[in-house]
Design a protein around this ligand. Structure first.
Ligand code: KG4
Ligand code: ZN
Length: 341
């Protein structure tokens, strides 16, 4: 009998439901929330209200697209954390009700682990190549930046992480400084295509070991722009492409430096990328080029699996289901959760 998992993701500002049958994706529905755009960032209270409105139609659509009914589902997986508490509560409560009504297992999922496991989602009629264990994953999202040693589907160890802002935050905060709408990462990627990455140089952080830091870059970008604009009010407008390209180049260089160091230190040359910033074209190109020159096996996620989605929750719940790693009805969401769920 097939194992059919319904995955629910509601950790931030995307409401998503997905169906995975025996590890093969059947549907992945995502409802974004435009309501935050005008505030320049996610407003938690508005996010949870939008999740409330979206969750039922999103799940219904995911089931319909998968061609199944709720009664066909073997288990329901949900994001327990990390994320915004009000947002997590919506998905968690829905998943509990769904599991209870059908008397099926409930499986809690760590959102960060799930970002990494997108590399194990199989498409129908597709000969998918999985990364071999162990591999190092650079997990770069709006809330997290981590280098993770992945020893097995559910056995992971953090090698290094940001001590302040995440890489996605660096993109988004610098975009905000330039008056670019939230989330700014994809916009910076777009502007950069017509810009010179060497036009401006921003300082690199000095952090020990395999940790990252991005808050200094944001501050120096703010002061740099403020000083230039003071003497030349049209500076930003005239140089937006070069500013974006130079900023993006700096962020990618910082990310690559520790990734290369992590590979050297561990002797692991199977490398994967995951999280929202994994959609960044310069990062994908830099990793591909370095990998080709240095004999790395590089795994880039499909762009639709980079930002938050429930397919990643469903695939993680699938592996936990195979391990009979179930959660009880008194499980509560955790806004801050350590990497091991
Ligand atoms: O993983 P994700 O959807 O949410 C979190 O779990 O945080 O990541 C969202 C982040 C945002 O900071 C967004 O600006 C960034 O991913 N992002 C990008 C690109 N696409 C999304 N950053 C740079 N270039 C992109 N193309
Ligand atoms: Zn995420």
């Amino acid at each position: 009998m097939s194992v059919i998992i319904l995955g629910i993701e509601s950790s931030c500002d995307d409401t998503s439901a997905a169906v995975i049958a025996d590890g093969v994706i059947r549907s992945n529905v995502i409802a974004g929330q435009d309501v935050h755009r005008r505030y320049g960032g996610v407003v938690p209270e508005l996010a949870s209200r939008a999740h409330q409105q979206n969750i039922v139609p999103v799940v219904e659509l995911a089931l319909r697209e998968a061609g199944i009914s709720g009664n066909d589902v073997s288990a329901v997986g949900f994001t327990r954390g990390p994320g915004l508490m009000g947002s997590l509560l919506v998905g968690t409560s829905f998943a509990k009700g769904f599991a209870l009504a059908r008397n099926i297992p409930l499986v809690e999922v760590n959102h960060l682990q799930a970002h990494i496991l997108v590399h194990f989602i199989r498409e129908q009629n597709n000969d998918h190549k999985f990364p071999a264990f162990p591999f190092v994953c650079l997990l770069v999202s709006g809330g997290h930046t981590q280098l993770v040693m992945v020893r097995d589907h559910l056995v992971m160890e953090v090698l290094g992480q940001t001590i302040d802002d995440a890489a996605g935050e660096a993109f988004d905060k610098c975009a905000k400084i330039m008056g670019i709408p939230y989330p700014g990462g994809p916009w910076i990627d777009r502007y950069s295509r017509n810009g010179n990455p060497q036009a401006f140089r921003f300082p690199r952080p000095s952090v020990r070991g395999l940790d990252y830091s991005f808050s200094g870059l944001k501050t120096s970008f703010l002061y740099f722009l403020r000083d230039r604009q003071k003497n030349d009010p049209g500076f930003l407008e005239r140089n937006i492409n070069d500013l974006c390209a130079s900023l993006q180049y700096t962020i990618v260089e910082i990310l690559m430096e520790n990734l290369i160091r992590a590979s050297r230190q561990t002797g692991v040359d199977t490398i994967a990328l995951a999280g929202g910033v994994a959609a960044n074209s310069a990062l994908r190109e830099a990793l591909t080029a370095y990998g080709r020159q240095n004999g790395w096996q590089v795994f880039l996620p499909k762009p639709s699996y980079t930002t938050d989605n429930a397919a990643m929750i469903a695939i993680t719940a699938y592996y936990k289901y195979l391990n009979k790693d179930f959660s009880s009805q008194d499980t509560v969401p955790e806004a801050r959760i350590s990497f091991k769920s």
